[in-house]
Design a binder for this molecule. Sequence first.
Ligand code: 5GP
Ligand code: ZN
Length: 113
Amino acid sequence: MDCLFCKIIKREIPADIVYEDDHVLAFNDVNPKAPVHQLVIPKKHIATLNDIEETDLALVGRLQLTAAKLAHEQGFAEDGYRVVMNCNEMGGQTVYHIHMHLMGGRAFTWPAG
Ligand code: 5GP
Ligand code: ZN
């Protein structure tokens, strides 16, 4: 049984896709917490950050590279933005397919809470 994000990758559930290559997909978050809020995910199903293996290192790096590329394209790379990856229940993870939140277009405070 595919997870929600695997279904988005397979186009079984619609999403507003903003970037795609052989390894990575990015789409708008359905419940945005910032003027720009996108999720960058690997096409390979990896449930949590704890499940990343040595062979996934390039793929995980590609998530960040994609987030930075999207930030540049959308014009807020220099002003600044936030990327977040939540792990498991206490980390606030609700979808168990790793994803990098890319949020931009407003100022963020720290700590995030
Ligand atoms: P998490 O809480 O796991 O770090 O983040 C999951 C994110 O996925 C949330 O920000 C939530 O709004 C988003 N999300 C959940 N279901 C869907 C969906 O069906 N489509 C899209 N585009 N985003 C979703
Ligand atoms: Zn998945």
